[in-house]
Design a protein around this ligand. Sequence first.
Ligand code: FES
Length: 213
Amino acid sequence: MPDDPKQGLFFPARQAAAAAPGAATSPSIEAAAAAETRARPGRLQLPRRMVLRWAGWGSVLLVVGGWLNGFLGFFYPHKTGAFGGTITAGTADELKVGDVKVVPDGKFYLSRVPEGFLALWWKCPHLGCTVPWKDNEEALPGDEGFAQKGEFHCPCHGSRYNRYGQIIFGPAPRPMDAFPVTIDGDKIKVDTGPQKAVTRDRSGPDSPQIARA
Ligand code: FES
């Protein structure tokens, strides 16, 4: 294989010779080109050797590119265990009915209602404030059958939500959004992220977002 790319590595030898600055065209090369043109008038001549070289180099590039892709992908950090990924919020026997657990990494509350588990995004559906859980305030309608204390109470404009995330008082236009919950063995897993949040018109015991215990 020639060392100089202009001498045939990437271009046909006669084109490379013609392209060389100040190079005189060899009579034998000119004769060969003329013979090729006469043999196949009107057709672009592409030497088979060049085609094979390009195919060879293309294959090498494909292999190196695939290897680099795998190598870099291995070291690229995948998002797990933080907001935007899947979070293990605890175990199924950790909470009793009526308990609410804050999960800061996922920006949600895990609410244990009689029917199962709900993951409520702490972002207020009104104007986006973080809604705190107030366990010393009176329980709101909807919770009275299984809890006496506790509610979600937004400090910005006073929206108040029960343990299902249902808006009971205040200006919020809908219940708190919910993240999908799955129970894997005894682990409760929550799929977080703004694009995963489910917007509801109402939330209660029949909500499909409740992972049944
Ligand atoms: S942002 Fe929560 S009530 Fe307005």
